[in-house]
Design a protein around this ligand. Structure first.
Ligand code: HEC
Length: 158
């Protein structure tokens, strides 16, 4: 009796496994593209943050370089909110550091993204004006919004 039952269950188990594997292998191209695009945007923001901190450390910070970097952060920040549609999390089968909490706590995630937009918009204004102390303070405020989101919503392997 037991043996017979396992014979009938086995094919279903195999089918389920095959279906799961196929789903993983075939994430829709839009999912792959969305994840790649948001990761590339974040990378640009990371590089721009580094340009700003390097410039501030130098003896003669370049205002145009800092202004340009701030614009990169602000313009990418405005795009990122739309880059997290449902189905682009870790269950998509595409490699991502996005944590499931993004979609279970979406209002808070969106609020954190808005904070990044607000602080980076201010960063554009102070880099345009060019006062190094003000830029330093606003860079810190902007970096704080990156960290606040990463702590809760990004799986970091370092
Ligand atoms: C509202 C949330 C949020 C904010 C704000 C945020 N990030 Fe992220 N960041 C994420 C998430 C989520 C990921 C993982 C994305 C993925 O792998 O799909 C990520 C990934 C990254 C990555 C890795 C990208 C890669 O190569 O895969 C870098 C670099 C990064 N963020 C930099 C920044 C910087 C710099 C800021 C601030 C200027 C910032 N982030 C602000 C949520 C945020």
């Amino acid at each position: 009796m037991t043996a017979k039952r396992s014979f009938t269950i086995l094919p279903f188990a195999v089918l389920a496994l095959t279906a799961a594997t196929l789903a993983d292998a075939a994430a829709p191209p839009s999912v792959t593209a969305t994840i790649a695009a948001r990761q590339a945007n974040f990378k640009k923001m990371g590089k721009a943050m580094k340009i700003l901190s390097d410039q501030l450390k130098s003896s003669a910070p370049s205002q145009p370089a800092m202004y340009g970097a701030a614009q990169v952060i602000a313009s990418n920040a405005r795009r990122q909110g739309r880059m997290f549609p449902l189905g682009t999390g870790p269950g998509s089968g595409v490699e991502t550091e996005a944590l499931p909490a993004i979609w279970t706590d979406k209002a808070d995630f969106d609020a954190k993204m808005r904070q990044l937009v607000n602080e980076s918009t201010k960063l554009v204004a102070v880099t345009k004006a060019g006062n190094a102390a003000a830029i330093g303070a606003q860079l810190k405020a902007t970096g704080g919004t990156c960290g606040a989101c990463h702590r809760k919503y990004r799986a970091e392997d370092e």
